[in-house]
Design a protein around this ligand. Structure first.
Ligand code: GLN
Ligand code: MG
Ligand code: MG
Ligand code: MG
Length: 450
């Protein structure tokens, strides 16, 4: 047994913790959990816990369904606030293995680990930092009716004694207590909409943190009698919930995106990485924006006092909030980074980070040239102007996103053939279900008029 494993067992004993939750994630980004008693953990560290992979979305065909969840002791965390009678509980993320001990190809953590190893071969560590947006609603109706937001606040509003402010305080405290550092939190543009930004960390830790974040935020909301939703676009006339993600590569202690001599202080590595993100953007959108509903967010919408800021075209720019990839102003060399603005809060973070890293590394490997940045507001250009500037449109709906992804050479390489095939099959089914649905919009518009 190694020192980390011993530390876990000792902590459980000292703090008299009765339940340890073992967590993993399916291909669609749903968190899965199995609880074990501390007494079982010693053998779980040696042999793992057997699970039926065929019951997990995307994991296995029935004939090869035996899998093993192997707890990763470096992710051990005590949850001081949800232990029920015994006071505390704890959790660990797992890697999923096949019975012969090799990694299960369908485990999203493994997909990301494989890309991180590829980056490491080139001397790079990949860091990410997400800005997670979500809605707080009073109720969570499941019959399709419109949920009531908890407040009528707006961007950066300071609302005294509001549910949202107390909620953010409680959520941030809870996250900090389990070792997830929060940089900022504020009210977002729409009524009930919140944003919490996590501090940057290596991409595997960040992806684990996002899974934990979603769980904690939902629990804190429930404890306050409201609900949190990461649905990308709950309201027709309000902005959706994006998960802007800042990316950087480090070589040891040095930020490989920084070059003090460049006008934008961006290195050649950073420029080639951005070029990769742009060239392959249409191919990975099905992963970063994986639901039918995701595409209701991905275009600009005029609100009374502003325009919503979700990207619809493949472009980049310094400080340009209409671009897909933005280069934020940064002070210290080690803060050099790029922000991808298409992701939404309901993506599978492991797969999303893997495809973006794959695209960026491809740009570096192939020496892609970065086209000039967009200085104009890409939204207000005419289609002809955008065509001349070379700004392709992102896929307009899930069907188009799947079609583009299906033709990609890069994405099956990054995801592995199994996840790639499963994902396409699953998403085609989702689209088919949606396609046959007659919506309230159609009845309102056509029933009387036609
Ligand atoms: N909610 C916007 C989006 O959908 C982002 C708004 C912002 O943070 N500037 O991406
Ligand atoms: Mg923000
Ligand atoms: Mg925001
Ligand atoms: Mg942002």
């Amino acid at each position: 047994m190694d020192r980390q494993q011993e530390f876990v067992l000792r902590t459980l004993e000292e703090r008299d913790i009765r339940f340890v939750r073992l967590w993993f994630t399916d291909v669609l980004g749903t968190l899965k959990s199995v609880s074990v008693a501390p007494a079982e953990l010693e053998s779980a560290f040696e042999e793992g816990i057997g699970i039926d992979g065929s019951a997990i979305e995307g994991f296995a065909r029935v004939s090869e369904s035996d899998m093993v969840a192997m707890p990763d002791p470096t992710t051990f965390q005590v949850f001081p606030f949800e232990g029920g009678a015994s006071g505390e509980s704890a959790r660990m993320f797992c890697d999923i293995l096949l019975p012969d001990g090799s990694a299960a190809w369908a485990d999203p953590r493994h997909v990301l680990r494989r890309m991180l190893a590829k980056a490491a071969e080139k001397g790079f560590t990949f860091y990410t930092h997400p800005e997670v947006e979500f809605f707080l609603v009073q109720d969570g109706p499941l019959d399709g009716s419109v949920p009531v937001p908890v407040d009528g606040g707006g961007y950066f509003d300071h609302t005294t004694h509001s549910v949202a402010r107390d909620f953010r305080r409680q959520a941030v405290l809870a996250l900090e207590r389990i070792g997830i550092s929060v940089e900022f939190s504020h009210h977002e543009v729409a009524p009930g909409q919140q944003e919490i930004d996590l501090r940057y960390a290596d991409a595997l830790t960040t992806a684990d943190n996002i899974m934990t974040f979603r769980h904690v935020v939902k629990e804190v909301a429930l404890s306050q009698g409201v609900r949190a939703t990461f649905m990308p676009k709950p309201y027709t006339d309000q902005p959706g919930s994006g998960m802007h993600t800042h990316l950087s590569l480090f070589e040891g202690e040095r930020n490989a995106f920084h070059d003090g001599d460049d006008p934008l202080k961006l290195s050649k590595t950073a420029r080639a990485f951005i070029a990769g993100l742009l060239v392959h953007a249409r191919e990975y959108t099905a992963v970063t924006n994986q639901w039918v509903n995701s595409y209701k967010r991905l275009f600009p919408m005029q609100l009374p006092d502003r325009i919503t800021e979700s990207p619809a075209f493949v472009s980049w720019g310094a400080l340009n909030r209409s671009a897909l990839v933005r280069v934020p102003a940064f002070g210290k060399p080690n803060s050099a980074r790029v922000e991808v603005r298409s992701l939404d809060s309901a993506t599978n973070p492991y797969l999303a980070f893997a495809v973006m890293l794959g695209a960026g590394l491809k740009g570096i490997e192939e020496g892609y040239e970065l086209p000039p940045g967009a200085e104009d507001d890409v939204w207000s250009m005419s289609p002809a102007e955008r065509k001349a500037a070379g700004y392709d449109a992102l896929p307009e709906n899930l069907a188009e996103a799947i079609d583009v992804m299906a033709k990609s050479e890069l994405i099956p390489e990054v995801l592995g053939e199994h996840v790639f095939d499963f994902f396409l099959r699953n998403k085609r089914q989702e689209w088919e279900q949606y396609r046959r649905e007659v919506t309230p919009y159609e009845r309102q518009r056509y029933l009387g008029a036609l």
